[in-house]
Design a protein around this ligand. Structure first.
Ligand SMILES: [Zn+2]
Length: 459
């Protein structure tokens, strides 16, 4: 039996992320009046964001006490947002106001065929103004107690690493709550992987740090990266955390070296737009090509560039300058342990679906001689619950399988690679893999019978 693995999901609630700061970070001077990013600048934009964020955070609690109805004003605002953004905001709100455990149960109901779900925990606290309510170490503990242990092998998440939290800890500075930072990001990662059933690390470059090369080479002439980081400091009220680029690289290198040695896979957000420190931060910090230097230095590191470098704006498909899919395919040909997941591709909207079909056809033309290798390095992933904003999100998996069959990228036989077997390699879960050994002892310690997908890998 080949397993089905969803390599990219989320379970977080509005209490786990600085939600108001994120909403406000989207403000932009560039756009027109029809654009919510522009409207966010002026009264009552910021006030509305604050109200929405407060209400969402409160509802995570009240929904656990009683059946909390939306309320007419809140519902009205959500509807207005839906109209402006042309996304199903009320659907997403439903997940953002539920606990980890309830979200985990919802997810299993939508795609019950999936054998293993990988929720990615994220650490946004040091990049957006205001703070989150649940400390990141509590989020890890809750994930362990409320999701990993009860699921008995159905959920194994990725733990986030944040270089700025690590440096703040090292320098004994205040965290955004005004307390001395007592969490080492690196220690948090190691503990989650070694003791708590987590199986990988999540990085988020669009928040404001490059995979490496955070120090500008020529001060004065080329201080671009540093200036972009200062911009985040000013915009998002985080001036305290402008660490030297060399030090950011140092702690990131420590992480990469440890992950390579221990065979711990990394997933890095790699898409234009999406959640980012300011509009376009993804381009300045998270471009796929920035990973080349890391992979040259750590050739055995297992890396997944999430979202396949896709640009979700219509008309910016495979051939566009600001679409990194082609670059990633080129990198997959060169590096042996680089993967890309297809999460959050809008396969249920007709226009984008056409662009994706076109992309998979063109890859087969452009990289004809390396197709076998490329097919071994693409991973199925949904990006649920963020995906709930999309039309007909429930059909995401079926639509993707359909596109792969239609373009001839995967036929019925090789479809197993896409849906799970490639992920088994990326995750190091086949016999001999270090993650497999860690899970074996985790199951033993907690008296969990290894799940069928885990046992099947022995056959
Ligand atoms: Zn995601």
């Amino acid at each position: 039996m080949a397993p089905i693995i969803d390599i990219h999901t989320h379970l977080f609630s509005a209490l786990d992320i600085p939600i108001e700061g994120y909403l406000r970070s989207r403000r932009s001077e560039k756009s027109t009046l029809s654009n919510p990013e522009y409207i966010a600048n002026f009264f009552p934009g910021p006030q509305i964001f604050k109200y929405l964020a407060d209400r969402m955070r409160e509802r995570v609690i009240t929904r656990q006490i009683k059946k909390d109805k939306l309320g007419p004003f809140y519902k009205f605002l959500l509807c207005v947002f839906e109209k402006i953004m042309e996304q199903h905001i009320r659907e997403w709100e439903d997940s953002l106001t539920k606990t980890l455990a309830r979200n985990a149960s919802d997810l299993q109901k939508i795609w019950p065929k999936v054998d293993l779900y990988i929720p990615l925990v994220i650490d946004y606290e040091y990049w957006f103004s205001n703070t989150m309510d649940t400390r990141i170490d509590d989020q890890i503990r809750l994930m362990y107690e409320k999701v990993i242990l009860p699921s008995r092998g159905k959920f194994h998440p990725f733990v986030p690493f944040d270089p700025v939290r690590e440096l703040t800890f090292q320098d004994k500075l205040m965290n955004p709550d005004g307390q001395k930072e007592d969490i080492s990001s690196l220690k948090l990662v190691k503990d989650a992987i070694n003791e708590k059933g987590f199986i990988g690390v999540k990085l988020y470059n669009s928040l404001g740090y490059k995979p490496t090369g955070n120090k500008d080479t020529d001060e004065g002439k080329d201080r671009i990266t540093q200036l972009y980081r200062w911009r985040i400091g000013v915009r998002n009220e985080k001036m305290l955390y402008r660490f030297d680029g060399n030090r950011m690289d140092d702690v990131l290198n420590k992480l990469y070296a440890w992950c390579e040695k221990e065979e711990v896979p990394i997933t890095a957000h790699c898409m234009m737009h999406g959640i980012e420190a300011y509009p376009q931060a993804s381009e300045h910090f998270g471009s796929a090509k920035f990973w080349r230097d890391v992979l040259d230095k750590y050739p055995k590191l297992h890396l997944n560039l999430a979202h396949f470098g896709w640009n979700p704006v219509p008309g910016h498909g495979y051939h566009a300058q600001d679409n990194w899919m082609r670059e990633i395919v080129d990198m997959i040909c060169k590096y042996d342990h680089l993967y890309a997941d297809v999460s959050h591709h809008e396969v249920t909207s007709r226009g984008i679906r056409k662009e994706l079909v076109d992309a998979y056809k063109k890859i087969q033309n452009d990289f004809e001689s390396s197709l076998d290798k490329i097919r071994q390095h693409i991973l199925y992933g949904s990006d649920w619950h963020v995906l709930r904003r999309m039309n007909n999100y429930e059909s995401f998996m079926d639509r993707y399988i359909e596109i792969m069959a239609e373009t001839g990228f995967y036929d019925e036989k090789s479809q197993d690679d896409f849906l799970g077997l490639n992920a088994m390699k990326f995750l190091g879960l086949n016999p001999g893999g270090q993650n497999r050994a860690r899970l074996e002892s985790f199951y033993k310690t907690h008296k969990i019978t290894p799940p069928p997908w885990f046992q099947a890998a022995n056959d």
